[in-house]
Ligand binder design. Structure first.
Ligand code: B12
Ligand code: SF4
Length: 423
């Protein structure tokens, strides 16, 4: 059977690790001959994808909401060229909107985690919606990075940020339920008994990191996990393993301030973690509570103090435009940012992608997610602020911290001096 996997276009990518996991799992478990092809639109043009995929039995697309439209365009063209192709869509967009997707060019959709569901499809399941099942890391081979041409994203990172880096996965299922996040449409809502956090054995994780670092000549690595510190114990055990092996490789991770502790930071430092990324989101206790962040302002301050003490680079990200946020709340955000003095600062506007609590299908069904994002979206407004006012606040804070802005601010629309006066 000939199967082609495709990640459609977006300007902001990493390696297609989800597809790499699906391919390695199916290669290991499918009883029969399987030939995989892979295309990533960031690197491959549509013409090459169409000609390369046209004689496949199955063409499978991995789509977030912004890449779904391009996926559909490719699927239509492929179907015209070869009507026998079976198209399968998986990822965040179809998982969130399963019942509302009517495109004729989509034969099947996988809802949630893809490994077991895609194997089921290869084995003959033809249901329109195939539901993913939780999978433990013990059952999962390492992602097939050869297939997904991981060297291309490593080279790209070197060109863009001067680091040869790539990402690894340490856990599945986030213990939090932030209302602006769509993570749970893939791994489900956390529940200690029925849907616990699945963490990866630290030895296996380090084995993969060392193997991949050697193969792609990495000088840095990172994690796809939105919350790497699902528990301080897990972080410490990973650091212990890395230190035990004498690995000097530098790395970064995303830290949830509600979980981190001081001891954890001394281990992160010893294990050469040189950058933490923290979704601070707001300096207002009310807004943090309303968005169900699971963090207190004091937690955030402590985390930034600890990281400073150990000389770990501290990146702070904030969101503006939460439904209950007022001018006073934004002033608290400014105050917090001034207090923690992050090395890198980022501020975005709430963008309710399908799957998060703030997504409202009636209001948002016609939004073109390929053109709408959290850096400069043109539609989000609240009871307290128009879209323009939220943007002015974003520009104001951007100006305030312009000496240490995150790179993605380069894609925000330019601003004029009068617009950046305090709104
Ligand atoms: C790390 C990350 C990134 C990384 C890149 C990740 C990558 N590997 O490409 C970076 C920083 C580059 C990034 C960019 C963006 N991201 Co992001 N990202 C994440 C994060 C934290 C983890 C994603 C991940 O890699 N998970 C691990 C892998 C193994 O899982 P997976 O990709 O989901 O794949 C599994 C299933 O989805 C499914 N599956 C996926 N594809 C397919 C295909 C088939 C055929 C099948 C059968 C199954 C299947 O099976 C896979 C294995 O189980 C999630 C939030 C979260 N906690 O999950 C947000 C998230 C996916 N990102 C999101 C968004 C919006 C973006 C951006 C648009 C942000 C921006 N404006 O730039 C871009 C879009 C990138 C793109 N190419 O589409 C949203 C998506 C919401 C939505 N409705 O689409 C999420 C959910 C966060 C949120 N806001 O809620 N992101
Ligand atoms: S934003 Fe991060 S911490 Fe919150 S639910 Fe999503 S993945 Fe978990």
């Amino acid at each position: 059977m000939r199967v082609t996997l495709i990640q459609p276009y977006y300007h902001n990518i990493w390696e297609a690790i989800g597809l790499a996991y699906i391919a390695s799992y199916c290669k290991k478990n499918f009883q029969g001959k399987l030939e995989f092809g892979f295309y990533q639109s960031y690197f491959d043009c549509d013409e090459d994808i169409i000609s390369g995929a046209a004689n496949s039995d199955i063409v499978a697309f991995s789509c977030t909401s912004p890449t779904f439209k391009h996926g559909v365009t490719l699927a239509k063209r492929l179907k015209t060229q070869n009507p026998k192709i079976r198209t399968v869509f998986g990822g965040n967009h179809v998982s969130a909107l399963r019942d509302l997707i009517a495109e004729d060019c989509i034969d099947q959709m996988v809802i949630g985690e893809g490994e077991k569901a895609f194997l089921q499809i290869l084995e003959g399941d033809t249901d329109r919606c195939v539901y993913g099942k939780p999978i433990n890391f013990e059952e999962l081979p390492w992602p097939d990075r050869d297939l997904t041409k991981n060297h291309r994203t490593v080279d790209l990172c070197e060109q863009m940020i001067g680091r040869r880096t790539t990402s690894f996965q340490a856990n599945r299922v986030c213990p939090f339920r932030c209302r602006y996040c769509a993570e749970r449409v893939i791994t489900g809502i956390h529940n200690k008994k029925s849907n616990p956090i699945r963490t990866r054995d630290v030895k296996d994780l380090m084995d993969e990191i060392e193997f991949v670092a050697d193969k792609y000549k990495l000088d840095f690595f990172k994690f796809v996990d939105a919350t790497f510190d699902t528990s301080a114990e897990y972080v410490i055990s990973f650091c212990e393993e890395k230190i035990k092996r004498g690995s000097q490789l530098e790395w970064e991770c995303m830290i949830h301030a509600g979980i981190a502790g001081k001891e954890m930071f001394s281990w992160l430092d010893k294990a050469n973690c040189r950058q933490i990324n923290v979704g601070c989101e707001s300096g207002s206790p009310k807004v943090l509570r309303d968005m169900r962040k699971g963090t207190k302002v004091e937690d955030i301050i402590q985390v930034f103090n600890w990281a400073k003490e150990f000389d770990i680079e501290r990146r702070a990200f904030f969101i503006l435009g939460l439904p209950t946020e007022t001018r006073e709340d934004i002033m608290m955000t400014e105050e917090l940012a001034l207090r923690i003095q992050p090395d890198v600062f980022g501020v975005t506007i709430l963008c309710p992608y399908p799957g998060c609590d703030y997504y409202d299908h009636e209001r948002m069904k016609d939004i073109d997610w390929a053109k709408t994002d959290e850096y400069s979206n043109d539609f989000w407004c609240t009871e307290y602020f128009s879209n323009n006012e939220i943007k002015r606040w974003q520009r104001y804070l951007t100006k305030r911290f312009e000496s240490n802005l995150a790179w993605h601010h380069s894609i925000m629309k330019n601003t004029t001096p009068e617009e950046i006066l305090k709104p």
